[in-house]
Design a protein around this ligand. Structure first.
Ligand SMILES: Nc1nc2c(ncn2[C@@H]2O[C@H](COP(=O)(O)OP(=O)(O)OP(=O)(O)O)[C@@H](O)[C@H]2O)c(=O)[nH]1
Ligand SMILES: [Mg+2]
Length: 643
């Protein structure tokens, strides 16, 4: 391998959920040649894991890179910048990649959903600038504010891309003004405020400098990155230092620590020190060193300050640790990450069906798996409790935790989950709880009912915009607790037409009791196989969660009552076969299809005295206390205690 130099830019793409980050990365990869014209790749190629593809959202931040040929350096306005950066940093690469004026752009695609905000925080230490995408119709949304605030606080320079200008309801000029106001509000420096603005149709691979331009490529974005995002700071000759910002795994070489070389040069085959978070030094050898090239990794002999690399050879490497030169080991302080706001208990399943569907069911299995997750998810916390069979797991929101549960279920784990709770704080003798910024976008006709529902949940309106198009956007500040279970209700009230987003805002005074589910549970009286005969009379006043012919146990929740009380019901009763007519009429029973809820929907729906049982095959809701008379006694006791 030759020693060669090339110019680098490190940039992250940040935005609110669905504003088009991953789609834009597809376009950048295609136009830079990282995806060849005839190569078959999926849409949103970076959303590579199963859950990401199923849900159409990004969950994990991921690295890629493109190479951009600068054919007229003068056009960029500063013809000397190549020499300038070459002297600052030196990188080596297989000769085939090199072109005199080729720049490598390392790109980090990030998730936009608020629950995965920790992923954005984690990767910002790898980049020198951000591309902020904003939907040309929606404008800045709660998560736009969150990710922009994080980027500005780190001193990163933004490039603003107003995306989806092809939307019929696009209002790009207004959105530009809104972004500008947001920057000012978030305290952007003069340099940060001097951001370039571009207009895009990411889905067609188009980025334009002016709305009236007609070009059909993304060159404008590449040019802006080169012009605007500073090359990574040099110091190629200083002692090597690298902060691990991501972890990956490869079957051949094992666990990989990924990060940006902060200073100095890292070389394959040399000894380095890994400094753990507690300050312990661990000696080891860089067994393999790779850099990101499009969708692949390329092995390199060495990489210098600024390049993003993956290091093999350290089987236990974790996020937040520092790789350092063996002769001058100095630690890099990791970026502080926001604390979790929501927690729930992860328990060994003790239902009558325990162990029949899952492979990994013990407390040890669960603990090991949660510990493994901690090593790559910086926003997660796991605490052992007084009981050996339960762990308190905390994260950024219900989706953050339920995605972990969903992943574990697919890996053959079985366990039970308690209802998500917010994490309270005690400050100066006062109890504080998390609040979120909530934005709803609804038809005018639904304003009354939605306002009422949200106010019932202790939401306070902070802004309302009615552009007269029939759609209204209302912003609230609401305790996180008030959001639990809101989505299902919101979608039914708006007949599926409403949009709802929320992002953590701040801790504030505890707001007291917030009403939960307004409907009771149908609890199965006994175990057995459900029958159509028993279910049919129940469906008149309730919604069933089970079909006929499935196994249930006593204390399992088999449906939702239309009234606000729990009801013990028989779902396994068989008709006495007194004559032939009766048995054939049983077959003819007309049943409404059962409501099958996803794990997230179950977590939203459940109450404090209930658990969700999660196995690779099933998701069931049950009462914590399965025995009916014991449960009644417990409820009376807790009602008496709270009076
Ligand atoms: N009309 C229009 N739709 C677009 C454009 N770019 C992306 N989309 C659509 O917007 C949706 C979201 O796109 P993604 O690329 O997954 O958005 P994202 O920002 O990566 O989403 P998260 O990673 O989940 O936050 C998809 O349905 C895209 O097809 C565009 O330029 N115009
Ligand atoms: Mg995405």
């Amino acid at each position: 391998m030759q020693q060669l130099r090339y110019d680098i830019r490190n940039v992250a793409i940040i935005a609110h959920v669905d504003h088009g980050k991953t789609t834009l990365v597809d376009a950048l990869l295609k136009q830079s040649g990282a995806i060849r014209a005839n190569q078959q790749v999926d849409e949103r190629v970076m959303d590579s894991n199963d859950l990401e593809r199923e849900r159409g959202i990004t969950i994990l931040a991921k690295n890629t890179s493109v190479r951009y040929l600068v054919d007229a350096p003068d056009a960029l306005g500063h013809p000397t910048h190549h020499e300038a950066t070459h002297t600052a940093s030196g990188h080596d690469l297989p000769a085939a990649f090199i072109h005199p004026s080729e720049v490598k752009i390392n790109i980090v695609d990030t998730p936009g959903h608020a629950d995965f905000g920790g992923e954005v925080e984690r990767v910002l230490s790898m980049v020198d600038g951000v591309i902020l995408l904003v939907d040309a119709a929606e404008g800045p949304m709660p998560q736009t504010r969150f990710v922009l605030r994080k980027a500005l606080a780190l001193g990163l320079l933004p490039i603003v891309v107003i995306n989806k200008i092809d939307r019929s309801d696009a209002r790009p000029q207004e959105v530009v003004n809104e972004v500008f106001d947001l920057m000012i509000e978030l305290g952007a420096s003069d340099e940060q405020l001097d951001f370039p603005i571009l207009y895009a149709i990411g889905r067609q691979g188009i980025v334009r400098v002016e709305l009236t331009d007609t070009n059909d490529d993304c060159r404008a974005l590449f040019d802006a990155v080169l012009k605007r995002i500073p090359p990574p700071p040099g110091m190629a000759d200083a002692p090597m230092q690298l902060l691990v910002s991501a972890i990956d795994y490869n079957d051949y070489v094992g666990r990989l620590g990924i990060g940006r070389v902060h200073r100095g040069t890292i070389r394959q085959g040399t000894d380095v020190v890994l400094i753990l978070r507690d300050g312990t030094h661990k000696k080891g050898r860089v067994s393999k060193l790779t850099v990101f090239e499009g969708l692949k990794r390329e092995e390199v002999e060495s990489a210098s300050a600024g390049e993003i690399v993956a290091i093999a050879g350290f089987a236990d490497v974790e996020i937040g640790e520092t790789f350092a030169a063996a002769d001058a080991p100095e630690r890099i302080e990791p970026i502080a990450i926001d604390e979790p706001t929501v927690s729930m208990f992860w328990m060994v399943n003790d239902s009558p069906f325990a162990g029949t569907e899952g492979k990994f069911v013990t407390s040890r299995n669960i603990k090991e798996r949660l510990d493994r997750e901690l090593r790559k998810d910086v926003a997660l916390r796991v605490r052992e409790t007084d009981l050996p069979d339960r762990f308190e797991v905390s994260g950024r929101g219900e989706l953050h935790l339920s995605i972990l549960a969903e992943n574990m279920r697919r890996e053959d784990f079985e366990f039970a989950l308690s209802r998500p709770q917010v994490i309270l704080k005690q400050v100066d003798g006062k109890t504080l709880e998390p609040y979120e910024a909530l934005v709803v976008d609804i038809d005018e006709a639904h304003v009354g009912t939605i306002m009422e529902k949200i106010q019932e949940r202790r939401g306070e309106m902070t802004d309302m915009v009615n552009p007269g198009s029939g759609r209204v956007r209302i912003e609230f500040k609401i305790p996180t607790r008030g959001l639990f279970g809101i989505r299902t209700e919101f979608l039914s009230e708006t007949r599926g037409t409403g949009l709802l987003y929320h992002t953590f805002l701040e801790y504030g005074p505890y707001r007291g009791e917030i009403a939960s589910r307004s409907r009771g549970a149908l609890v199965s009286k006994e175990g057995g196989d459900t029958t159509a005969y028993a279910i049919e009379p129940l469906q008149e006043r309730s919604t069933l969660f089970v079909d006929p012919g499935v196994k249930v146990y006593g204390g399992q929740i088999v449906g939702e009552n239309s009234r606000d009380v729990d009801m013990v019901v028989q779902v396994c009763r068989k008709k006495h076969l007194t004559n032939m007519r009766a048995s054939s009429s049983d077959i003819a029973v007309q049943l409404t299809p059962a409501r099958h809820m996803t794990l997230e929907q179950c977590l939203e729906w459940m109450n404090d005295d209930e658990l969700v049982e999660v196995t690779p095959e099933s998701i069931r809701i049950r009462k914590k206390i399965l025995d009916h008379s014991q449960r009644v006694v417990a409820r009376k006791r807790s009602a008496a205690a709270s009076e």
